[in-house]
Design a protein. Structure first.
Length: 339
């Protein structure tokens, strides 16, 4: 089965390698909604994609791996923090399609307990047979990756370098496609979503959703994000740039207005990968009311923002709020001591 693309968004000109099993379900969360006492909360289950433990990055990787294979690559290199979900899924996708994979991982998050250093995603990276470069937090991972690519190219290898979070415009196409999937599912189910809530890390998921909505002539300000990586201003400008670049890949005449990008910094806490009380409470709430698992770095913080907004009465009774569940379950094991 292939992923659904509504007729309004034609991405068929882009090379693509299927890694998903099909559209991910949208589910209503009745107990959680009743607990919050107002809006109807729904989840888009992007955590359910099967390959490599699942997660949102597989959508981007369909296009990134597609481009890598079309360029004749035999090796893929990407970058991230030590517990990067994107790195883990790049390694899994590379294993699936028969590419060599190197991961340039930095100690950017100030944690050195054995769970963080050796469990979770990093354990899986090894199982997928990726070659991990372990760099200090201060290192320029992308520069290291480019230098390593040059070294390998000099040995005759053909190398594809994939940026942080897989958030090149080509990678973001995966979430433009997801926007089409959501629009199609909402139509079939007869639901109108008042808001789509997402975490914003490298910004690619947010940018792709916005680009997809713009390309379909829909309101992109439907998407509201909680930044978990950088300050709001920085995240806003990065996301706007990526959304414009992605929209223009789809159709050179498209433009994304800055008013389309809504980013809230309230859940960032002390910084990327650093737990907050709100995140811990949100992970427990989702698990104990609905039996669903959020990750501690992305979904946990963004969902904390949704809970805080609902509690503060920012969503009206009867509104339909769609939260994109992005996976990252291995991160819970890396952050065991927080729970
Ligand atoms: C589980 C999870 N959720 C959300 C995100 C955020 O996506 P993006 O980097 O496209 O903003 C990531 C990125 O690594 C992730 O791993």
């Amino acid at each position: 089965m292939t992923t659904s693309t509504t007729p309004q968004l034609d991405l068929s000109k882009f090379p693509r390698r299927a890694l998903l099993e099909g559209p991910t379900p949208i589910q209503h969360l009745p107990r959680l909604s009743a607990h919050l006492g107002g809006a109807n909360v729904f989840v888009k289950r992007d955590d359910l994609n099967g390959l490599g433990g699942g997660g949102n990055k597989l959508r981007k990787l369909e296009f990134l791996i597609g481009e890598a294979l079309a360029s004749g690559a035999d090796t893929i290199i990407t970058v991230g923090a030590r517990q990067s979900n994107h790195a883990r899924l790049t390694a899994a996708a590379a294993a699936r399609v028969g590419l060599e994979c190197e991961l340039v991982l930095t100690r950017a998050v100030p944690r050195d307990d054995p769970d963080y250093v050796d469990n979770g995603n990093i354990l899986l990276d090894a199982l997928f047979d990726a070659h991990v470069h372990d760099l200090p937090g201060s290192a320029n991972a992308l520069q290291f990756a480019e230098d390593r690519a040059s070294e390998l190219r000099a040995q005759g290898r053909r190398v594809y370098v994939c940026p942080l979070g897989g958030s090149s415009p080509v990678g973001c196409l995966g979430y433009a496609d997801c926007a089409a999937e959501i629009v199609g599912q909402a139509k079939v189910d007869g639901i109108s979503f008042d808001r789509i809530v997402v975490p914003n890390g490298s910004g690619g998921m947010h940018a792709g959703l916005v680009a997809g909505l713009v390309a379909m002539g829909r309101d992109p300000s439907l998407v509201s994000a909680f930044t978990v990586y950088g300050k709001a201003e920085q995240a806003r400008s990065t996301t706007l740039d990526k959304a414009n670049q992605t929209a223009q890949l789809i159709n050179a005449t498209l433009r994304v207005d800055s008013s389309a990008i809504s980013i809230d910094e309230a859940q960032l806490g002390a910084g990327y990968g650093i737990p907050t009380d709100g995140m811990r409470a949100a992970v427990r709430l989702m698990a104990s009311t609905e039996g669903l698992l959020l990750d501690p770095v992305y979904g946990g913080k963004a969902f904390a923002g949704l809970v805080e907004n609902a509690t503060a009465g920012h969503y009206r009774a009867g509104q339909n709020i769609l939260f994109v569940m992005t996976g990252g379950l291995p991160g819970l094991f890396a952050y065991r001591s927080e729970f």
